[in-house]
Design a protein around this ligand. Structure first.
Ligand SMILES: Cc1ncc(COP(=O)(O)O)c(C=O)c1O
Length: 444
């Protein structure tokens, strides 16, 4: 036992709280708590209006029917439901998933090319494991989903962000970033994109740009990983055709039941070109042997015995109402900010007045009993401090209005300071917060 790693007592250099610090693989040091998870304990206090998390609102779920379904499944198929299943996932559910994908313009999908995963998060991880050697580049929208950035970092990928506007990723910018990354001698392995109701920006890739993005990637030999958990949750229209429908061989499509149904069963999927599908199955078997059988059976039963698309429409109406409440409140209380106008999904992306820093302002917001996620969580390189992501999915419309009102008091107080002392000035001591930012006595 000669190395520091093997002898915890001799470890002088590592983290003082963890005697095994030097024993970890290099990639383990890339694991970070997401800025969202770090907030969880504070924002789940009832007095705080959380505009931070992206938890689906399950108040309208048909729980009685789900209880009936679970009972029926266990009575009739208990032994199968409790057993290991196929590594690729249960064939019956894979069939059903091809029907779900037809709403995204993916027609005639082959169930044999579907791989069931433990949420789409596992599919993100498997894809990264399969394609990324340390230092390989993944192109991501700027900003991008914090959970994907965490996986990419953990798997030692390098990220190159591609600018977006209110129509999604900008084709000319995609071409420019591909050129620049290659000129720097690095290898691009894929484009990771969330075309519908983007997390965190709330925008949707326009119909016009969809074939342009797939054409550029095909021409440049860049695989697309299309992540679509919110696609069915458009407020006013049915989904636009998936990128996968433009380029079946060039796109791995990731789907999820977490937002269109519920995350509790942790079921998602990847729909991949055949050769990639083979590798995904092997990688998934090596990670988890097989996805939860009972979860798959429960979802298959929900899809076949319940009018699930009507349920999706109920969710859409509920989220649309909440989104409208947030748009109205932003208009009323935060006229100095700009924000995106989502047509679906859970989020809006707010641009703060010049000089304000969302990350350093957050303790003051939590003190005023409202929470958001700083824009910095959604960039690989620490950019984004002039933005914040607000979620409208969970609180009631009244709480959303109150949350935005509280937030406005913090933003206005911060703006006054910046106007007085100049940009770059950030108070860090939350004890300095004055009564002007405290919630109203009768606050919700
Ligand atoms: C864009 C995006 N992708 C993937 C996921 C992971 O979803 P799940 O693993 O629940 O399917 C989320 C969750 O919030 C998300 O917002």
């Amino acid at each position: 036992m000669s190395t520091q790693a093997q002898n915890p007592d001799s470890n002088q250099q590592g983290n003082r709280l963890d005697p095994w610090f030097n024993a970890y693989a290099e990639r383990a040091h890339n694991l970070r708590a997401s800025e969202i998870r770090a907030l969880f304990s504070v924002v789940s206090r009832p007095e705080v209006v959380s505009l931070a998390g992206g938890m689906p609102n399950l108040k309208d779920l048909p729980l009685d029917q789900l209880a009936e379904s679970a009972k029926r499944l266990i009575s009739a198929h208990g032994a199968q439901a409790m057993q290991y299943g196929s590594g690729q996932g249960w064939e019956v559910l894979r069939e059903r998933i091809t029907e779900v994908m037809s709403y995204d313009g993916i027609v005639g999908a082959d169930p044999d090319d579907v791989v069931i995963t433990t949420g789409s998060q596992q599919a993100l991880d498997l894809m990264t494991e399969l394609f990324i050697d340390p230092g390989d580049v993944i192109l991501c929208e700027a900003p991008s989903y914090v959970g994907a950035l965490g996986v990419f970092r953990a798997r030692q990928a390098d990220i190159a962000h591609v600018p977006m506007d209110d129509k999604g990723i900008i084709p000319a910018e995609l071409e420019r970033v591909i050129r620049e990354v290659r000129a720097s001698g690095r290898t691009i392995k894929m484009l990771y994109t969330i075309p519908n109701f983007h997390n965190p920006m709330g925008v949707t890739l326009s119909l016009e740009r969809r074939p342009q993005i797939t054409e550029i990637c095909m021409r440049e030999g860049v695989l697309i990983m299309e992540d679509n958990p919110y696609g069915l949750l458009g407020f006013h229209s049915d989904p636009m055709p998936a990128l996968k429908s433009f380029s079946p061989e060039g796109v791995v499509y990731l789907g999820s039941f977490s937002k269109m149904f519920a995350p509790g069963f942790r079921i998602g999927w990847a729909y991949a070109p055949h050769a990639i599908r083979d590798k995904l199955v092997l990688a998934s078997e090596s990670a988890i042997l097989s996805p939860s059988m009972i979860g798959q059976m429960a979802i298959a039963d929900y899809l076949s015995s319940y009018d699930w698309y009507s349920q999706v429409k109920t969710f859409r109406a509920m989220y649309a109402e909440r989104c409208q409440a947030m748009m109205d409140a932003l208009e009323e209380f935060m006229p100095d900010c700009e924000w995106t106008h989502p047509d679906g999904g859970f989020y809006t992306w707010v641009t703060l007045p010049e000089g304000l820093d969302a990350k350093s302002m957050l303790p003051r917001a939590v003190r005023a009993q409202v929470a958001y996620v700083s824009g910095t969580a959604f960039y690989y390189n620490g950019e984004g401090a002039d933005h914040m992501r607000l979620s409208f999915c969970y609180p009631t419309p009244e709480r959303i209005r109150e949350g935005v009102r509280r937030l406005a008091t913090v933003v206005n107080a911060e703006k006054e300071l910046v106007d007085m002392f100049g940009a770059g000035f950030h108070r860090r001591n939350i004890d300095d917060v004055g009564p002007g930012v405290a919630p109203a006595p009768n606050a919700l």
